[in-house]
Design a protein around this ligand. Structure first.
Ligand SMILES: Nc1ncnc2c1ncn2[C@@H]1O[C@H](COP(=O)(O)OP(=O)(O)OP(=O)(O)O)[C@@H](O)[C@H]1O
Length: 203
């Protein structure tokens, strides 16, 4: 379903960050991308998202190069990176409502998914670091399920940074549901992640 073929990526002065990288992930699959600081984990996620061109090789979705239709690829993925994309002046609920207008789905289940209902009326600028992370991740609960036209590919960069144990457990439930519905997860991390049976790609 998602396939990387002989991928190479070059960044700035450093030259090749990685080269000859290949993997394949089927529906319901998960891939943990690990490796030391600077190994290229975030770079790989950006290449898989179509945000950064590969210097060589291809990323394929159902056998088609993602470069052939970037808009279609953007619609099939959710990317949660270091930049959280939240609007500081809007409340927690309003932030989710903004994305719900783009993707569909209700704010109430998304608030519930990451335990944010008690904070719904608070402006995002007043959230703690972990609470902001929970709000960024709550957006994953919006939209249709993968089988019904929703985003099938979740690309997560250090998703558990700053999360308490209860929030990691909530994220685990979101990931499990997504995979059970045929979704795919690629997560870069230094921390153990709740992704049973995930393959590991060490850079
Ligand atoms: N915009 C950029 N321009 C030039 N080089 C960059 C840029 N962004 C990242 N790099 C370089 O690319 C390499 C890989 O960085 P990347 O962020 O992918 O690593 P990472 O494995 O995610 O690291 P970390 O564990 O610290 O998050 C690093 O050597 C970094 O300096």
């Amino acid at each position: 379903m998602l396939e990387a073929r002989e991928l190479a990526c070059v960044r700035g002065e450093r030259g090749a960050v990685f080269a000859g990288l290949s993997f394949r992930l089927e529906a319901g699959g998960a891939l943990l991308v690990t490796g030391p600081n600077g190994a290229g984990k975030s770079t790989l996620l950006r290449v898989l998202a179509g945000l950064l061109p590969a210097a060589a090789g291809q990323v394929l979705w159902r056998g088609e190069d993602i470069a052939a239709d970037r808009a279609a690829h953007a619609r099939r993925l959710r990317y949660v990176g270091h930049q959280d994309g939240l609007k500081p002046g809007l409340t927690v609920r309003e932030n989710l409502a903004f994305y719900a207008r783009l993707w569909g789905g209700g704010t109430a289940p998304a608030l519930e998914a990451m335990g944010l209902a008690p904070l719904a009326g608070l402006p995002a600028r007043m959230l703690s670091a972990g609470q902001r992370r929970r709000l960024a991740l709550a957006r994953l609960a919006l939209g249709a399920p993968p089988g019904a036209g929703g985003a099938a590919l979740w690309l997560l960069d250090e998703p558990t940074t700053g999360l308490d144990a209860a929030s990691v457990a909530r994220l685990a439930r979101l990931l499990e549901r997504h995979r059970a519905q045929g979704g795919l997860v690629v997560a870069a991390t230094h921390l153990p992640l709740p992704l049973p049976d995930a393959a590991e790609l060490r850079l």
